[in-house]
Design a protein around this ligand. Structure first.
Ligand code: ATP
Ligand code: MG
Length: 318
């Protein structure tokens, strides 16, 4: 049984006539200890898909209209509030792009990590464990640092504290949503190295969301490419980078900033991602696709397994 199995997930914002489909039939599995990258331009539905795992998209406006999200075999869509509280920051932890989203400015960082320990590993709720976690994420002089408030630390150090907080529960799955975009390139590389090392040491799985295909090769076992609420390509990372099959994936790879580790937002693909509620009929990428033909506008192509483990939503891509 995979650790996480998202099956044909369909999620709307709004209900009835006003419903807009943001996630449209997404299926994705993550095995224990595996790193899967979710890539795609802004607004494709990466965050709402990832947040859905622990039911962190506020509902309303979100409505799950189909599919399942099996975490250790249990559907999080059907979980009670109490069960969700238990898994959040427990078996699945999140690291967000913005430390401000997770760190409370009025509490010392040590006590924030302690809160997570009390909730998820009460037997370890001691200063020694907080210090061990801060050390684990590479914070120097953790014994004194734990008394700092977030504003007393740099952005990179705050990001490390967030990771320490996320690791406090010893999650089986770490969801990292653009965890380094706000940081400068050197710090970004350090944080990614840290995630890779922690994953190896702790054996946890990572769902890593990024705009930047440049980091995928270093981090991912597999990659899922999202466009307009759907997965358009899913493949082992190396194969996808060496031989992308979907025209959208190719366009993404061509638009990777040439600077190693650069994190500029993608800008090179002509046109824009359609907004939810304004998806074109047929293939959603067709209006921007260099190889589109008239048939592409007629019906949405199926996501097809063209080789073992390689899935593509384009009959003309290979
Ligand atoms: N609370 C909300 N209410 C209505 N629409 C929303 C809400 N949150 C997200 N959306 C819409 O859902 C779509 C997917 O958003 P999402 O945040 O998942 O994109 P993303 O791929 O993570 O983009 P980015 O790379 O910019 O983070 C977007 O069109 C967005 O405008
Ligand atoms: Mg996002």
């Amino acid at each position: 049984m995979p650790l996480l199995e998202i099956k044909n997930l369909k999620m709307d914002f709004g209900a009835g006539a006003a419903a807009l489909r943001a996630v449209d039939g997404v299926s994705l599995t993550i095995g224990a200890g595996e790193t899967v990258c979710l890539v795609g331009e802004s607004g494709c539905g990466k965050s709402v898909t990832a947040l859905s795992v622990a039911q962190l998209v506020p509902s309303p406006p979100a409505h799950y209209v189909g599919g399942e999200i099996l975490l250790n075999g249990r559907d999080t869509i059907k979980m009670s509030r109490a069960e969700l509280q238990q898994i959040r920051g427990g078996v699945v932890s999140y690291v967000f792009q913005d430390p401000g989203a997770s760190l409370n400015p009025v509490f010392r960082i040590g006590s924030q990590i302690m809160e997570s320990l009390k909730l998820h590993r009460p037997e370890k709720a001691q200063d020694a464990e907080v210090i061990r976690l801060l050390k684990l994420v590479g914070i120097p002089a953790p014994e004194s640092r734990l008394r700092n408030y977030p504003f007393e630390m740099s952005g990179g150090m705050q990001q490390r504290v967030m990771i320490a907080m996320a690791l406090a529960s010893e999650p089986r799955l770490l969801v990292a949503d653009e965890p380094t975009t706000a940081l400068d390139v050197t710090i970004q590389a350090q944080i990614l190295d840290l995630l890779r090392e922690l994953k190896q040491r702790l054996g946890m799985a990572i769902l890593l969301i990024t705009h930047n295909l440049g980091i995928v090769g270093d981090m991912a076992d597999r990659v899922a490419v999202m466009y307009a609420g759907q997965i358009v390509e899913l493949a082992p990372a190396r194969e996808l980078l060496l031989r992308p099959l979907h025209p959208y994936t190719r366009a993404l790879i061509q638009s990777v900033p040439k600077l190693a580790g650069g994190a500029r937002r993608l800008s090179a693909i002509p046109g824009n991602v359609p907004r939810i509620g304004h998806f074109p009929p047929g293939c959603r990428f067709a209006p921007r696709c260099p190889i589109a033909r008239p048939a592409c506008a007629e019906k949405i192509p199926e996501l097809i397994e063209v080789e073992p483990g390689r899935w593509v939503r384009c009959p003309f891509g290979s």
